[in-house]
Design a protein around this ligand. Structure first.
Ligand code: GAP
Length: 436
């Protein structure tokens, strides 16, 4: 694993991630995915969807609007409680998340506890603090041409509510057997006080969430199954090393307002252990609140037994950027004077790179083009590279994680075989073109 600055530099150099609005000096907490980043991000998101939705019989997808009726956020508790502890330095007026300045502190830190910790301002080094106040992290906007209290709306801080508000629509159109899950991928927005650690804490991020609806008495069984499947996905499909993932049973005082049990899946990022994803038991908190706020029944009617009840919910929720950074951190290696991104094949933006040994020999270029077309037909994600010398091409492909480089040389014209170089071992073998 590299240092965070090495990964940031690779991401910029090779077109994975750029600072948002870079040309205007940037915008804190926002990031733009470049050509390679988009490919890797899409692979991650597609694999998640295949694993949790396409391959299962008990999962359905939705893609809800980002702007939702503001009653959503009153009912969900976000208007009242989705807040972080904000503290201001009275000397330089820097604003910080109080719990992030004190080792081991939680979001419920009090002013007294904070002042006792003797924290110096990270910006000016002085120790003259305001009281801690709760800062609501939802981005507020106005919908329509009138800018008053009646037009206030919020950018969604979690995708989950778009699932809960569609619970009845899905039940009434699909008639799923309980237990079943509804999945969604999409943008979420949080006005983080201190965005940090590259894409780890952003103001605009993408979430992949499942709300899994169960009979109240069966929540523990589903919780365990979903817990196991998170490991299968993270370790098996994303290729994250088991020893870099740690489960944290979140104590009651640190859990989100809706949760009766939460396990955070922590990951060993370059700057230390941080939350990668959460698995929460949300009870009937959300459906119950929607029922009260809207006056509409959120009950599920079992076709077999005839009983009706408000289901309870287990929620696995993961941020795409955090998973992206975990994958990058786990795959980044510096060995024998080279940087190599050992991405699993299913995630690598390109599966093959094809090149002629020399680009000024038309017969080599023509043969290499033929090979390129064959592989492109078969694998789609194939790139062509005839820039610089072969060493430079290998260096570039190692850094963007291309598993195999295929080189056409003079011998290829004679024996119809090419050199295939393996990214991880740098071993080279000869393979007949028709056997590629
Ligand atoms: N619906 C539940 C929910 O939103 P959360 O723990 O606040 O719970 C879930 O967020 C996941 O979303 C986190 O584990 C993390 O992966 C990601 N996430 C949350 N806030 C983020 C941020 N500011 N930047 C990047 N990812 C974030």
């Amino acid at each position: 694993m590299g240092k965070l600055e090495d990964i940031v530099s690779l991401c910029k150099r090779r077109g994975f991630i750029f600072q948002g609005s870079d040309v205007y000096g940037g915008m804190a907490g926002t990031w733009d995915f470049g050509p390679l980043g988009v490919m890797l991000k899409r692979n991650i998101m597609d694999e998640w969807w295949r694993f949790f939705v396409d391959r299962r019989d008990d999962m359905y997808g939705v893609d809800a609007a980002i702007l939702m009726n503001p009653r959503t956020w009153r009912a969900s508790g976000h208007v009242d409680t989705f807040a972080d502890p904000l503290v201001e330095c009275k000397e330089c007026h820097g604003r910080f998340r109080a719990d992030k300045l004190v080792d081991g502190a939680t979001e419920s830190i009090t002013t007294e506890e904070f002042l006792k910790a003797g924290v110096k301002c990270p910006t000016c080094g002085k120790e003259n603090w305001s009281e801690i106040r709760k800062f609501n992290m939802m981005f507020e906007t106005h919908v329509g041409p009138v800018d008053d209290d009646s037009s206030v709306a919020y950018l969604r801080p979690e995708t989950a509510q778009g699932i809960f508000t569609n619970f009845k629509n899905v039940v009434d159109t699909i008639y799923p057997n309980i237990p079943f899950g509804i999945a969604q991928q999409g943008k979420a927005f949080r006005n983080e006080i201190s965005p940090r650690d590259f894409v780890l804490r952003d103001r605009e991020c993408s979430q992949m969430e499942i709300e899994y609806f169960v009979r109240p008495e069966e929540w523990e069984e589903s919780f365990e199954k979903l817990r196991e499947s998170q490991h299968e996905f993270l370790e098996g499909t994303m290729g994250l090393p088991k020893e870099m993932i740690h489960e944290l049973e979140v104590p009651a005082e640190d859990r989100a307002h809706y949760s009766k049990r939460t396990i955070d899946f922590m990951f060993d990022y370059p700057n230390g252990e941080e939350e990668l994803m959460g698995l929460a038991y949300r009870t009937d908190f959300d459906l119950g609140n929607i029922q009260r706020e809207s006056g509409k029944s959120m009950e599920y009617r079992d076709k077999n037994t005839g009983e009706s009840f408000v289901p309870h919910v287990i929620e696995p929720s993961i941020g795409v950027e955090r998973l992206f950074l975990a994958v990058m951190s786990a795959c980044y290696a510096e060995e024998e004077g080279r940087i190599v991104l050992k991405l699993p094949e299913n995630l690598a933006p390109y599966k093959f790179c094809v090149s002629p040994l020399l680009k000024n020999k038309p017969e080599l270029v023509e043969k290499a083009r033929e090979v390129y077309e064959i592989l492109k037909q078969k694998y789609t994600f194939v790139t062509w590279d005839d820039s610089g010398n072969i060493g430079k091409r290998y260096k570039k492909q190692d850094e963007i994680g291309t598993p195999k480089c295929v080189v056409v040389d003079f011998e290829s014209l004679e024996d119809g075989a090419v050199t295939v170089r393996d990214r991880d071992t740098t071993e080279q073998i000869r393979v007949k073109i028709e056997e590629l």
